[in-house]
Ligand binder design. Sequence first.
Ligand SMILES: NC(=O)c1ccc[n+]([C@@H]2O[C@H](COP(=O)([O-])OP(=O)(O)OC[C@H]3O[C@@H](n4cnc5c(N)ncnc54)[C@H](O)[C@@H]3O)[C@@H](O)[C@H]2O)c1
Length: 257
Amino acid sequence: MDVQGKVAVVTGAGSGIGFALSKALLAAGAKGVAMADLQAELLQTRAAEIGGLAVPTDVTDEAAIQALVEKAETALGPVDLFISNAGISPKPIRDDNAHWGQQWGVHVMAHLFAARAVAPGMAARGGGKLVNVASAAGILMQMNSAVYTATKHAAVGLAEWLAVEWTPKGVSVSVVCPLRVATSMTEDTPDSASVRDGVLTADEAAATILEGVADDRFMIYTHPTAGGYWAKKAADPERWITAMAGLKQKLNPDNGD
Ligand SMILES: NC(=O)c1ccc[n+]([C@@H]2O[C@H](COP(=O)([O-])OP(=O)(O)OC[C@H]3O[C@@H](n4cnc5c(N)ncnc54)[C@H](O)[C@@H]3O)[C@@H](O)[C@H]2O)c1
């Protein structure tokens, strides 16, 4: 999709990758960006900095996502591009059911709610695009967090399903699988395993993601190594599990993502 002149919604836009994406979209000539985040004050400040439309939103609430789309469309016009980016860190590592429910809500249901809210309208208008930010943990894993691994895998699976469902109707779908990006989510693990593939700034990650959007790629990597690891895993899953188990043993368990 050529984002010039397009109306976009970005969730998790108050910080990190979502803020960088909002800024990059406006710099690339988007007509407007509705920026959604749970952190209302931070969001207002960030949106004012770049001329975005701040819409405080809890993405786990389907009615709130529908209201977000209504506000965006009233202020800016029909939504062409919805980037479902909000996410939560698995840290501190917990395994209680409340944490599973929270991560499932943000990493999976929010993507479904976004698709329900905008895909039918996009198709009726002749096209549009959904971009779901998952993680390399969605094709590989996050060694210390079952919940982050499982919900990001579900996000990738949902994106595949949405792509098969909506592409023939004119709505293209992309899923983003970043490795390490320096944001508030990763600042507490400066020396974890994933830094070995390089740490991007949020602006660098956003630029790479928008290249993938421009090319309408389904799978968008921020780091090309992620695709190579995924291919190796698919080619020999048993060897991959053995290697990952060995790597996890070597690393500090509090720091081994
Ligand atoms: N930073 C990385 O290394 C990395 C790697 C892989 C994937 N990701 C994914 O990228 C996305 C962006 O993460 P980031 O690194 O920019 O983190 P971040 O913490 O800087 O930004 C995430 C934003 O999402 C918002 N958010 C959380 N729950 C929300 C909710 N219920 N409703 C609305 N907003 C909510 C937060 O307030 C925050 O502003 C996430 O989905 C994350 O899982 C990040």
